[in-house]
Design a binder for this molecule. Structure first.
Ligand code: PMV
Length: 363
């Protein structure tokens, strides 16, 4: 089993002056939720997610050696324009990963990043953003150490992404990723995400996720604060145990294709996540009235038409609608007819389960 020290490089066989990489990294949607963490971004419970396909961050990292290797040096561009307010987050990320990437201080970087989903859509870009940056950093490390294996590359990329934003570690690979030690899942680790280790039932091939944008505003409570409120939370221990149990059950479901149980676990996880928020001290609510309208409409539609469609939520008001590809036409019609009215500016994004991060340019 890998430990943190495995990710501290010993020596490099090559030197490199300058270069450019571009990686895309997708967003992901958790089925069993990560909510609560220990020191150094270690999750309080294991989680599992579908990697998405369309909602991505695309980041170009350009680097050039510099004279003084005492501090980090980088410019940050968002959609080609300088974006000063993103810089502190990147500075903090570089500081956190410095021991694992001692070469960073030798370079000046230009980080140019953009998202395929609308800015301020309420879709968190931290997972895809941190994953895309971590992939680029690992491309640089691989240039310094070409003997590196693909497994090590991916594990360390996920490990670094986790230090940027916990759930980002699930955006390196597809299609289903587990993060956090779980006794039933071979290779699972608190340090990085791993691909679901056994074959996934064909019911989940090209599984659809339509994201209804209910509220595009800034959330009132950040996930960092939310995670923190799981310390001294009256239900924390039961919740963490429940996540272990739900992951055991979901593992079986992903293998046998039982959509009824899938729906039960996924919806319960979403509501439990929000129940944890409502029972924190201080308590808070991230759902909006339209979130509940949508949930009720999905329940009614599912019952009336016997179509296996369900919802999940992340830490916000938006609703992810999950369903198999073979009911796509009916579900999209239902969304058009009955749900767009609950979305801000009638906006929604059609996505599906995806393959993970992709290298786009390697110079
Ligand atoms: O990665 P963070 O710290 O933004 O936390 C994400 C938490 C949830 O999206 C609510 C759940 C999850 O597992 O992604």
């Amino acid at each position: 089993m890998r430990t943190e020290t495995d990710f501290i490089p010993k020596s490099f066989s090559k030197t490199i002056e300058s270069g450019t990489f571009t990686w895309s990294a997708p967003s992901n949607i958790a089925l069993v939720k990560y909510w609560g963490k220990k020191a150094n971004q270690i999750p309080a419970n294991p989680s599992v997610s579908f990697t998405l396909n369309t909602c991505k961050t695309i980041t170009t990292l350009t680097f050039q050696t510099k004279a003084n290797p005492d501090s980090f040096s980088f410019d940050l561009l968002f959609e080609g324009k300088p974006k000063e307010d993103f810089k502190p987050k990147i500075q903090k990320f570089f500081e956190r990963i410095a021991v694992y990437c001692p070469y960073l201080k030798q370079y000046h970087f230009t980080i140019d990043t953009r998202n395929t989903f609308p800015h301020s859509s309420g879709i968190a870009s931290s997972a895809s953003g941190m994953a895309a940056l971590a992939m680029n950093i690992m491309s640089l490390e691989k240039a310094l150490n070409p003997e590196m294996t693909e497994d090590y590359f991916n594990q360390k990329a996920s490990f670094l992404a986790r230090l940027g934003s916990g759930s980002a570690c699930r955006s390196v690979k597809g299609k289903v990723v587990v993060w956090g030690n779980h006794k039933g899942i071979t290779g699972s680790s608190d340090l990085f995400g791993v691909e679901f280790p056994t074959a996934i039932h064909s019911n989940f091939s090209n599984y659809q996720d339509t994201i209804l944008l209910v509220d595009k505003g800034e959330k009132q409570v950040s996930s960092t604060v939310g995670h923190d409120l799981m310390h001294n939370h009256p239900y924390a221990e039961q919740r963490f145990q429940q996540a272990h149990d739900n992951l055991s059950k979901l593992k079986t479901v992903l293998e046998n294709g039982d959509l009824e149980t899938f729906i039960e676990i996924v919806e319960s996880e979403a509501l439990t996540l929000h129940a944890m928020m409502m029972t924190s001290m201080p308590y808070f609510i991230l759902m909006k009235p339209n979130t509940l309208e949508i949930i009720n409409a999905i329940w009614k539609f599912r019952k009336n038409h016997n179509i296996p469609v369900c919802f999940t939520l992340d830490a916000g008001a938006n609703v992810h609608i999950l369903y198999p590809e073979n009911v796509r036409v009916q579900v999209l019609q239902f969304i058009q007819d009955e749900l767009v009215g609950y979305c801000e500016n009638a906006q929604y994004i059609c996505d599906a389960i995806g393959k993970g991060s992709q290298l786009m340019i390697d110079n």
